[in-house]
Design a protein around this ligand. Structure first.
Ligand SMILES: [Zn+2]
Ligand SMILES: [Zn+2]
Length: 590
């Protein structure tokens, strides 16, 4: 895998005699796999020359310049080269642009914003190349023979870092990131002590090459806290903790001349010792990344980076536990701007309502924190605001240093909501999916009216097992539809959220005593959402041709376990339902 640097600077382009060696253009890195897959990481001003170079090459090869752009976030220094990226104006070029999705706006809309006529003479619609935009959440996806894993960084704007695995090596691009725990800024401290920093280290675990934000010296960071950038010392500490091969210092401060970068590189090398190699990114520098002696590490993710969350999944409650009036005002405003509903812990005496909540606490206020812990903490997402304390409470998922800008708070709320939206896993498709759907549709039962011949089974199941919910579920191509439902108002849900879609993969009853304890379901909206389902048991409905078309299932809001006798009863009821399915329309009329 080959890595080439076209822009290395952060914040703003800074050309001139003092930045000749490390370069003045803003972030842009070219990555090529051995098979020729081209990724462009960020599209700062460095992208202009890369674009010209790609078009020039295409003149010789007669192949239009095509590839993928991976945008970490949409701050100017990462996108300003886009309107000047020549391949986007080449006939026959195909570009896929990936970037973090927001709550309201897509990455395509945000990028189009900078090409509005107030800012730029050529509009977004005038791009000649075929350009597709892809919104990303945290998770993994594939581009050609490369596997990409995206993970949020700690920055005032929603920002993704990218881990790229292929050709037997892994390269991590983590640009615009600030330590979670301020005590790590000087390079001392324990990376594993804070949840955010250890998660960050885990993301780059065993990577052969890490391109990392290292904009500041510790004395500069003091005045730039909350701006979303790292010190060189932090970059080395986290890379060493992650057993990285080579660390590339990146996103150089516009005020640092070549001599200053030299000095920071020297400091970094002293700190790193024999643990890892450190280089400073320079415009024009090319690195060949080859496998190391150590076995390659794969840090994939089960999460689906390309998943498109529904509006319901994006609407979260926020439970606010804080007494500090300034902090409260800021959280309420940020939540309102993100259209998120806030429940004030003081007013809230109905704990059931908090199931779907993101808990926001003032971690320095012991009383508020304790109140939140009593009511709603536990397995829920927790965002803690703190002033100068070490962020070592491992029950906290994310931290924010207070005081903070409204924008930064919005980003944190957004990340928490988006993170949750992509966490549960949809069921894989059965091997006989096509045949199964054919058999299901042949029953002609989908979207028909309620029928007593099915309803009596769900009614009986609820009475027999003392549960609030029972359904006869038919699993269709992209939804589950309830032929009969007891205790539920809705007729269907997306297949992605369906526990029954897992149950039809089984030959016998699928029993999940506590859905919250099962990583497949813990974050599923039917579990974490208002319904609050905890227990599930579903018996597959298997037609005589062997097709598993659906289930007879029962559910409860409390965890429980069916014993052997109860399982046998559920199977018996399912047999009755199966017989009704195949009895066909004639019986239904009779
Ligand atoms: Zn930047
Ligand atoms: Zn930024």
């Amino acid at each position: 895998m080959q890595v080439r640097f076209w822009g290395t600077r952060g914040s703003i382009a800074s050309p001139g005699p003092d930045t000749v060696r490390y370069g003045g253009n803003t972030a842009c890195v070219e990555i090529r796999s051995a098979s020729g897959v081209l990724l462009v990481l960020d599209c700062g001003t460095g992208a202009r020359r890369l674009g010209k170079d790609l078009v020039e090459q295409s003149r010789h090869t007669h192949v239009p310049p095509s590839g993928c752009l991976l945008i970490g976030h949409t701050h100017w220094d990462h996108i300003q080269g886009l309107p000047f990226f020549a391949p986007l104006f080449e006939d026959g070029s195909v570009w896929d642009v990936y970037g973090p999705r927001g709550l309201g706006e897509s990455i395509g809309q945000t990028l189009a914003g900078q090409m509005q006529y107030q800012y730029f003479p050529v509009s977004h619609e005038q791009l000649v190349a075929h350009v597709s935009f892809h919104d990303l959440l945290e998770g993994s996806f594939e581009i050609g023979d490369l596997r990409i894993t995206a993970q949020y960084l700690n920055h005032p704007a929603l920002t993704l870092g990218y881990r790229i695995e292929g050709d037997g090596v892994s390269v991590v691009y983590a640009c615009d990131h600030e330590p979670y725990d301020p005590s790590l800024v000087g390079g001392g401290g324990d990376v594993s002590a804070s949840r955010g920093d250890s998660r960050h280290a885990q993301f780059m675990l065993g990577a052969d090459l890490v391109i990392h934000d290292s904009q500041y010296r510790p004395d500069e960071y003091l005045y730039k806290k909350g701006w979303g950038h790292s010190t060189v010392e932090y970059a080395v500490a986290v890379a060493a903790a992650a057993q990285v091969g080579t660390l590339v210092l990146f996103h150089h401060d516009p005020d640092h001349d070549d001599a200053a970068v030299d000095e920071m590189l020297e400091t970094a090398r002293l700190q790193a010792g024999n643990a890892l190699t450190v280089v400073a990114a320079a415009e024009g520098m090319t690195l060949d990344v080859t496998p190391r002696a150590e076995p390659a590490q794969h840090v994939g993710s089960n999460l689906r980076a390309m998943y498109q969350p529904t509006t319901t999944e994006l609407s979260a409650f926020i439970v606010l536990a804080a007494a500090d009036p300034a902090l409260r005002t800021a959280i309420l405003r940020a939540a309102a701007e993100e259209h998120l509903h806030v429940l004030d812990l003081d007013d809230d005496d109905e704990p059931g309502v908090n199931r779907n909540a993101l808990v926001v606490v003032d971690h320095d206020d012991a009383l508020s924190t304790q109140a939140a812990r009593l009511h709603t903490w536990g397995e829920r997402a927790v965002l803690a605001l703190t002033r100068d304390r070490p962020m070592t409470d491992t029950t906290v998922q994310d931290w924010l240093v207070w005081p903070s800008s409204i924008g930064h708070i919005r980003t944190k709320l957004r990340a928490a909501v988006l993170r949750r939206a992509c966490q549960w896993q949809g069921a894989p498709l059965p091997g006989d999916e096509e045949q199964r759907l054919h058999a299901l549709h042949a029953l002609k039962l989908l979207d028909t009216v309620d029928e007593e011949r099915f309803d009596r089974y769900t009614r009986e199941a609820c009475a027999m097992f003392h549960v609030p919910f029972a359904t006869v579920t038919l699993v269709d191509a992209d939804r589950q539809w309830f032929k009969s439902r007891h205790g539920l108002d809705i007729h269907e849900t997306p297949r992605d959220q369906s526990v029954c879609a897992h149950a039809i993969l089984e030959d016998d009853v699928l029993q999940v005593p506590d859905l919250q304890d099962d990583p497949r379901f813990a974050d599923n909206p039917v579990v974490s959402g208002p319904l609050g389902l905890r227990f599930y048991a579903g018996a597959p409905l298997v037609l005589s041709d062997g097709s598993h078309v659906g289930t007879l299932c029962i559910g409860d809001v409390e965890p429980r376990v069916l014993d052997a006798g109860e399982l046998a009863e559920l199977r018996r009821l399912a047999d009755g339902v199966r017989a009704q399915l195949e009895a066909g329309v004639d019986v239904a009329r009779g």
